[in-house]
Design a protein around this ligand. Structure first.
Ligand code: ZN
Length: 84
């Protein structure tokens, strides 16, 4: 089955990943989510609830489904259909 990663909080599939410093991640998220997949929207909601300045350090990475599947080894590298 072709799928994207699913957020462990809201259960939605998402195509945007992000990174924040470990200290911020652990301060914002409950420990049960520290090693889980969490979407950007859920992280922002949790961080804003705690008045964390996430915007100054967050790095956002968009990820199309085809690239996600290539990296996961599900698909071989395909022809690039991007129009530039
Ligand atoms: Zn979510």
């Amino acid at each position: 089955m072709i799928t994207r990663m699913r957020c462990q909080m809201c259960q939605k599939r998402h195509g945007t990943s992000f990174t924040v410093p470990t200290e911020m991640w652990q301060a914002v998220m409950l420990e049960k989510y520290w090693w889980g997949e969490i979407c950007l929207e859920c992280f922002i909601a949790e961080a804003d609830e705690k008045l964390v300045r996430w915007c100054e350090v967050i790095k956002i990475h968009s990820l199309s489904l085809v690239v996600h599947l290539e990296r996961a080894g599900v698909l071989k590298k395909t022809v690039d259909h991007n129009i530039v």
